[in-house]
Design a protein. Structure first.
Length: 293
């Protein structure tokens, strides 16, 4: 009986153990850049975070490899965005026995045509709520370090709250409120700061624009004094260039933060620095009287 009890105890310990990487860190898988960065900020030195979406790849286009599937299955916890954003990741995450956390659950409130708009992370205050979900997920699989996760999350949320304040203070001084973009990516940001997004195409980068839509937007740009058509680095900029040429205005990058390029990673950019670059682009295009830092 004594040996049987010992065997059962060892089996229970093995079944309850948390997957760790070779260096003893908690294994975490995140579906794409903003989620991966938040997981790293909250987990700190206690986690090894794998971002499933490689640098320079548009996350809508992600196709999971067999290695990716293995990483998802073997991780202590998986963080992803549901509602059809990366269906392959969501499907693999749902097959796990260990925790899989949809960090956008209850955050996605906007529709773009027939699709749910997933781009909540462009609103810093919604990003704070995702950080809370990540903190809870890490504490769930590593209770011994819950206090550290809470402290790390609190420090990161201070940075996000400061970012929100900077956005609000700058964008309330703008002469114009319309932002013309290639795709419907910035609606959550626009809602937060009382801007109006006008997009050439829908939420999917693969969606097409017809000549009538281009002509309508060119007329709007001329009528309302819009100076800039924004495009995204990770998707073709054809629509933005055609519209800008038609309307006689310039183009500029507005980064939806779905992923960083290798150049951006090498330069040490992160969520906050890219969001600040976006704010500078917006402030210039909208003729804000308060300079963006």
């Amino acid at each position: 009986m004594k040996y049987a009890a010992i065997a059962l105890a060892l089996l229970a310990a093995a079944c309850s153990s948390t997957p760790k990487s070779d260096n003893g860190k908690l294994t975490v898988v995140a579906s794409f850049f903003p989620v991966a960065e938040a997981a790293q900020q909250v987990g700190g030195d206690l986690v090894k975070v794998t971002n499933l979406t490689p640098a320079g790849v548009e996350p809508h286009d992600l196709e999971l490899t067999t290695d990716d599937i293995d990483r998802i299955q073997d991780a202590a916890v998986v963080f992803y965005v549901g509602s059809g954003f990366q269906p392959g990741v969501a499907e693999a995450a749902d097959r796990r026995r260990s925790p899989s956390i949809d960090v956008a659950k209850n955050l996605l409130t906007r529709q773009a045509g027939d699709a749910t708009d997933p781009h909540f992370w462009l609103d810093p205050l919604l990003m704070i709520k995702a950080v809370d979900a990540i903190e809870a997920g890490l504490a769930r699989v590593d209770r011994d370090n819950a206090v550290t996760f809470r402290a790390n999350a609190a420090a990161y949320k201070v940075r996000l709250a400061a970012l929100d304040s900077t956005y609000a203070e700058t964008l309330r001084t703008c002469a114009r409120r319309q932002i013309v973009t290639a795709h419907v990516s910035f609606a959550y940001l626009a809602d937060r700061y009382a801007l109006q997004q006008v997009a050439v195409t829908g939420v999917s980068p693969e969606s097409e624009a017809d000549p009538q839509r281009i002509a309508e937007l060119a007329d709007l740009i001329k009528r309302d004094g819009v100076t800039t058509v924004f495009y995204e680095e990770l998707v073709p900029r054809d629509f933005a260039d055609v519209l800008a040429n038609e309307a006689g205005v310039k183009t500029a990058v507005l980064n939806p933060l779905e992923g960083l390029t290798k150049k951006e990673q090498k330069a040490g950019n992160d969520y906050v620095t890219v969001m600040r670059a976006n704010l500078r682009a917006l402030a210039g295009a909208l003729a804000c009287t308060r300079a963006a830092p």
